[in-house]
Design a protein around this ligand. Structure first.
Ligand code: ZN
Ligand code: ZN
Length: 336
């Protein structure tokens, strides 16, 4: 390796440390797997099946309303154990929310977010896609004014709430639906109780509306109800991070698009992005080679010696993070 190359790497590393600032908890390049794997070998140095739980240090400090504490909790299977209490403020700590809907059919991809309907495609939500919905979903789709090219967007709180409810107000059919976080106090605070040591289940369980929390303080939700959304000739736009806002939950993710993959690993494994309610880590879909693991179970999980059991997020086009829970779950509730 020549010296110039080494200098570039050195300055790159320094710049990274400088950019990351001091406020947030970030990996500065040390191999995080070494800190979390200390109890994964027995005295003969053989791998054991130790369950490795949540590491509170991996969360951005500014993602949290208060420091993470431990508290007694009862899991969904009745287990009484110790949980981490994680209170999020309801906004991502590391990036802006939005944009969601384009406002004109000439808008480019930077002026809108993304859309996925679970059919295997991830669509850039630009003006052209708004026009394309007629071809994609049917002749009764008309998301824009044909005279002016303006997109029909739910741009008031009344409109967003009438369109975001299960039985969409007919007045807001044929709309691109978005809500603003300002309608909900700038963010919906939520409290998670997540077991400090995961308790494996004998039979996997279905994920619910909210299934976990990302390291940047965003709720990880289950699949978006795209069939109901499409049935009302609406699109519930996601931003480029795979998140959107609804009145009940505030801002939440329906897809992993890289905005919360904060903790990097040096062993080539995919990056950690958050934790499921059962305490198992959720990692990005792809490893450092850009490949997906081939040995994932129905919940999208597998085990290794460094991480124990953990999940890998699905692609955004699949409208999901994980397939099910392999552990007994804690809980999530809105902080009043
Ligand atoms: Zn949603
Ligand atoms: Zn893995």
């Amino acid at each position: 390796m020549n010296h110039i190359y080494m200098l570039v790497i050195l300055f790159g590393a320094l710049a990274l440390v400088a950019c990351n600032g001091t406020e947030d908890t970030l990996s500065t390049g040390s191999d995080i797997t070494s800190t979390s794997s200390e109890d994964t070998t027995d005295e003969n140095n053989n791998a054991t099946t130790t369950q490795i739980g949540l590491n509170p240090d991996y969360f951005f400090d500014s993602a949290l309303s208060e420091p993470i504490e431990t508290t007694a909790c009862t899991l969904t299977d009745g287990t009484e154990t110790l949980c981490y209490e994680i209170v999020i403020s309801g906004v991502p700590s590391n990036n802006e929310i939005g944009p969601f809907c384009p406002t004109h059919i000439d808008d480019d991809a930077t002026q809108g977010g993304v859309w996925f309907d679970g059919s295997g495609e991830l669509y850039q939500l630009d003006g052209a896609f708004i026009v394309y919905t007629k071809t994609l979903y049917g002749d009764d789709w008309q998301l824009y004014d044909e005279t002016t090219g303006e997109v029909f967007v739910t741009d008031t709180q009344i409109a967003c709430e009438a369109a975001a409810r299960p039985n969409v107000d007919p007045e807001y059919q044929n709309h691109c639906v978005e809500c603003a976080i300002e309608y909900y106090g700038g963010g919906v605070a939520q409290k998670f109780l997540i077991p400090a040591s995961p308790i494996p289940l004998s039979t996997p369980e279905q994920v619910g509306a909210d299934l976990g929390v990302a390291l940047n303080g965003v709720v990880i939700a289950g699949p978006a109800p795209v069939s109901a959304i499409l049935a009302a000739n609406t699109i519930a736009a996601f931003d480029d991070c795979g998140g959107h806002i609804n009145p009940a939950e505030g801002y939440h993710y329906h897809a992993a698009l890289g905005c919360s993959n904060i903790i990097t690993t040096l062993d080539g494994h995919a990056n950690l992005l958050g934790y499921a309610l059962d305490g198992y880590g959720i990692y990005a879909m792809l490893n450092s080679e850009g490949e997906e693991d081939y040995d994932l179970d129905e919940c999208r999980g597998h085990s290794d010696d460094s991480r124990g059991y953990h999940y890998h997020a699905a692609s955004a086009a699949e409208n999901m993070f994980i397939g099910c829970y392999q552990g007994a779950q804690g809980s999530v509730e809105i902080v009043q």
